[in-house]
Design a protein around this ligand. Sequence first.
Ligand code: ADP
Length: 878
Amino acid sequence: MASYTPMIQQYLKVKAEYQDAFLFFRLGDFYEMFFDDALKASQELEITLTSREGGGENKVPMCGVPHHAARNYIEQLVEKGYKVAICEQTEDPKHAKGVVRREVVQLITPGTLMEGRGLTDKENNYIASLTSFDDQTFGLAYTDISTGESRVTLLSAHFDEVLNELAVLSAKEVVVAQSFDGELQKRLRERDVLAISFEDNDSIGDSYAHLLKDVKQNKLEQTASRLFNYLYRTQKRSLDHLQPVATYQIHQYMKIDYYSKRNLELTETIRSKGKKGSLLWLLDETMTAMGGRMLKTWIDRPLIDRSQIERRQNMVETLIQHYFERQDLREKLKEVYDLERLAGRVAFGNVNARDLVQLKRSLLQVPLLKEILKGLADEEAFKVADELDPCETITDLLEQAIIENPPLSLKEGNMIRDGYNQQLDQYRDASRNGKTWIALLERQEREKTGIKSLKVGYNRVFGYYIEVTRANLHLLQEGQYERKQTLTNAERYITPELKEKEALILQAEEKCGELEYELFTEIRELIKEYIPRLQALAKAVSSLDVLQCFAQVSEERHYVKPTFSDERRIAIKEGRHPVVEKVLNTQEYVPNDCFMDNEREVLLITGPNMSGKSTYMRQLALTAILAQIGCYVPASEAVLPIFDQVFTRIGAADDLISGQSTFMVEMLEAKNAITYGTQNSLILFDEIGRGTSTYDGMALAQAIIEYIHKHIGAKTLFSTHYHELTVLEDELSKLKNVHVSAVEHNGKLVFLHKIKEGPADKSYGIHVAELAELPKELIKRANEILQTLEEPAALEVSVTKESIIDQPLTPQAQVKKETKNEQPSQLSFFDEPKEHKKQDLSSKEKRILDHIKELNMLDVTPLQAINTLYELQKKLKG
Ligand code: ADP
């Protein structure tokens, strides 16, 4: 290090403290990066990599961005999940002895954005902190520093639950102690774009002790303190807008794990990861950004407390009944600016006069909102109205102080109204008087000289001047005018009097600018005092916004108010899938009923592919979620239990992030449901067991159903293409078969999307393939193969009703039962028949067996499997 130049040495010293961040090192008009940072940044930002002499043996790699364009580059890096440390010159180079002093003034990280394109209006940007107390106890705190909202909870659960919470929050960054378990850190890193940061200090700091006033438990204090210590250490500026930390418990809400959220496409779709096509997209009729964020939080955390749900419902009902008032509310809400983020920026000191005008306009809507609500003559609406605090002091102050259209800049003046401050008025008078005098001067000079074209003008370099065209120069009296500037056609002059006035005007203007800035800062400080009230108002407005949004959607889409059953009864008439219904425009959505009670706990759904099985299942889950967030539901009548949790295993959720095979994910999801599910849960299993070989999968599917039926008793929808499972209805008293009907019309399949009682009678796979327009030849062949398979000789491998339920047995199965009676009979067909021990096989048979062993069942389609089977059988037959 000694051989490096002093500047590079300084760089290395600062960099040592910010190893995990890009260090933007201020050099003149540029932020430069060196060494590895330079190599990486040149790639990530696609900027040129250069190098410079640094005193060492080799040149030092370097790349840089102009400081005025830095914001864009910083945002790009932060969006990719990196951190950026901004290192500025903190002394005037003129006074520096040796290398100018430089210090990191702010660490910008994915979780600490206050503005810019990394922040989406309708989404929160959370940073979390985690403290592990033992394997099963984790403290989790989080805050959105752009809104100041903070919460903390203790999770007495497996680390999965912690990951789940982080996923629900879409936290961008998580702060842990250096000593946080390495294996768990690895699991955190496996999460999408989640930056990890470290903070060892978890003792309460004075500067934020007030934020912890409602937190009574040591572990929670420690967790929240870790977060705040990190923020105070890295942000190095006022965080006065942070709200006191609220404690919460996850079991206050309906639990929907990460996989299920994704499967149900609550806030984003599986495929595009975008909002469009999600439940959030369907519901989002909010008028404010704050309402949009709250809607997302509500969807992420449906309620389980009946009275809370009913409070929301009642307000939605009132708003539905008052169409005109609701439209009025919507109009007014549209004018309300993002008060929550504004409060944050007031605290940070980066609001301008335009923001304050917007604040005023927003606040002016509040009395109007209250009036409309009171006009509804409804108890609940009264309560909502009471929660709206118009903060009149601020409105009055801003009304008096700030003009209607101020400039963006705070340094140019023209923000403060006349009459707000005497001193300012005096300066303004001086400047205005001076200007009037100058305007008069033009007239006087024209009269005096007789030059009609004489002008008095102003430019930045020369100040005020008198301009006379060349042709008229002879009319000027010698000695009275001092020449200042020569143009092609004219000369510009000044006079001592003019200069004197000019000095007065400019001085007054400068003073105006300074004073205006001072007054503005004063106003901003005054508003700071109101931050908690503004935040409370923001909450009240957001929730009103979401409730009107529920009313709007419910009315437009003809939803009904659900009622809740204490007997765990589901009675939905003409239910619809809210999103599919909206998307389908060519075809009418076919509504379906759903009835379940203590005698009908598990519905086994059969039916061809593409007939609507998974849509039906999702429909139920979405209906339950809509009901529990307080919205109406897409049905003509709906009675629902209050579910504590929803579990799903639906569709092929490719889990590339964690690098697990689809089947493994399937099993993990099943495990979640079976481990954590209760009688009050809803379980949706779509084609469980599909990811492995037929018998394997079917055996698992059956065992899972039996287990749920016997041990959990959760309301369960189970769709399957194993028709063989439908016989379970005879064995399991609370399981009922339903199927999605389809009819064959001229040899083609027509889906009716209608759920009916009883099992489906036939598998329509080949018809679906035909519908998908696979080559005719192939379809014909598949039909032939199917026929071969259905011939009696194939009975031994095709699973029949008899073989599954153990009564009455086919002759073949009978033989097996006698020879191998230690296995449960329904699985007997999985056993290798005794007479086929491998050592007795011919080499051809061995080859064929090896071939089968090597087949990767996850890689082949059912049709390929059938074809392979056919080929192998042909070979065996000789
Ligand atoms: P499956 O799970 O049986 O393979 P899906 O539930 O994926 O079938 O449904 C296939 C398609 O059928 C859906 O994309 C949807 O467009 C349509 N569909 C499903 N249910 C209905 C319905 N009730 N009314 C109209 N169309 C439906």
